[in-house]
Design a protein around this ligand. Structure first.
Ligand SMILES: [Zn+2]
Length: 445
């Protein structure tokens, strides 16, 4: 049992050699980097191998999915999205990549891809789409980012180094001010902390590839026009729930115009292909039935970002009234209570979240955090152990396991966990606390 979590984390994490390669800007490291782009066939500056793309995906996508409250529990919805995504990926430029698609419970409006092919769209964005062809356009766009190796390209240019350097506990604050601080205070991560930001050229290429893939898969190119219309309308009204989407996917009216042109010219012969509106509406019916709850959660998240916790509580309360067993709603309410130092209430909502979705780590993590504050260190230890088993990629859990042991007066175990934590994270408050205890206890100088 001892050391399981750490070994798992390390195995999925970057090796020391990869870490140095990714973060070093020496001439020797740069000399290694040219590869043939799978989409264009042209030579591309590249320091990241395909194996490393898959490894980075395995390390970071589980953290992002958990931060987004895990996959939607409605199996039919995930199966539907995964089926459409996989059939498109199989026709694309990198069919051998380990693609997978899911709906995540988060309510902000976004979709994203990790470099190995792990792709997600939120419940929030599904509510804004009108038909299956628009969903195919969205997934096709994300497949385009993977196939053209955009994350690897940004990593190679040094645009994404904050993902891998500097310790995980600080990047949440950097990447997502507001929600990031809320999340990191609770040992979690800010929304979008692990998401790549793409250039405008990347976006253009992903749109073009997405249109190609969706038409090959039998959808009308008008799906891309519909998707761009929706994004443009949101861009003009700018609800806070879409800010992250625009931070990670630069938008412009130009993209809409390009989609219209492509549908009229290159893909004119395919405009009679179906949009499949009815099937989309049928499959998302249960989601659309709780639209009101999801909009309340979006408002709650906005208030949390502004640290207006009482207003956030009102919105989450309204959301839970409409959807009492909603995992995202329960976790958000637990966070909101904990931020207000109402620890017993926080513990109650965390336990309800655990009960509705026991396989997801956040509910356990927040339960542990509440127990720590209530000085119930045994309960905290159990919760953090469960959280670590479910999400071994989160190094902060090691710190909290150590902190629970410290509370129980079990210094040897506490020191062991703190040492493991410090092997992965060297900066930030937690690292300072762990290092100080190790010095005080004579484990380090
Ligand atoms: Zn994009």
């Amino acid at each position: 049992m001892k050391g399981d979590g750490f070994n798992l984390t390390y195995r999925y994490g970057l090796t020391r050699r990869q870490f140095i390669r990714l973060t070093s800007f020496s001439a020797a490291a740069l000399a290694a980097g040219c590869a043939t782009n799978p989409v264009t066939g042209r030579s591309q500056f590249m320091m990241v191998s395909e194996q490393e793309e898959i490894q980075i995906d395995r390390q970071y996508s589980p953290l992002q999915f958990s931060s987004d409250f895990g996959p939607a529990q409605e199996a039919a919805l995930n199966t539907y999205v995964d089926g459409i995504g996989r059939s498109m990926a199989a026709r694309g430029h990198r069919p051998h990549m380990p693609f997978s698609f899911r709906v995540v419970n988060a309510t902000y409006i976004n979709a994203y891809a990790f470099p190995g092919g792990s792709i997600a769209c939120t419940r929030g964005i599904l509510l804004t789409l009108n038909n299956e062809a628009e969903l195919a356009a969205l997934l096709g766009h994300e497949i385009g980012h993977v196939n053209a190796r955009h994350t690897a390209e940004q990593l190679s240019k040094g645009q994404l180094t904050n993902i891998v350097v500097g310790g995980l506990s600080i990047i949440a604050d950097v990447a997502a001010p507001g929600m990031g601080q809320v999340a990191s205070a609770l040992g979690g991560f800010g929304a979008g902390a692990f998401l790549a930001s793409y250039s405008r050229d990347n976006e253009r290429q992903a749109d073009a590839l997405g249109t190609e893939y969706m038409v090959q898969s039998g959808f009308s190119p008008d799906g891309m026009v519909g998707l761009m219309t929706m994004l443009n309308n949101l861009n003009q009204s700018r609800p806070s729930s879409i800010e992250l989407m625009f931070a990670t996917h630069p938008m412009s009216a130009e993209r809409y115009e390009t989609a219209v042109q492509a549908a009229r010219t290159t893909f004119a012969g395919s405009r009679d292909l179906p949009l499949n509106r009815e099937r989309y509406m049928d499959t998302t019916a249960r989601l659309r039935a709780i639209k009101g709850a999801i909009e309340e959660m979006q408002k709650g998240d906005k208030a949390m970002g502004q640290k207006n916790f009482s207003q956030a509580e009102t919105h989450y309360q309204a959301a839970l009234k409409q959807a009492p067993d909603d995992y995202a709603g329960l976790v958000s309410m637990a966070k909101c209570q904990l931020m207000q130092k109402k620890h017993a209430e926080g513990a109650r909502y965390a336990r309800r979240a655990q009960a509705v979705f026991p396989q997801e780590a956040q509910g356990h993590h927040l339960g542990g955090f509440a127990d720590l504050n209530l000085k119930e260190f045994d309960g905290a230890l159990q919760s953090f152990r469960t959280s670590q088993r479910l999400l071994p990629q989160n190094p902060n859990t090691l710190f909290f396991i150590g902190y629970s042991y410290e509370g129980l007066g079990r210094r040897t175990e506490a020191a062991r966990e703190y040492q493991r934590f410090l092997q992965q994270v060297r900066q930030g408050q937690y690292a300072q606390h762990a290092a100080q205890r190790l010095r005080e206890w004579g484990y380090a100088r």
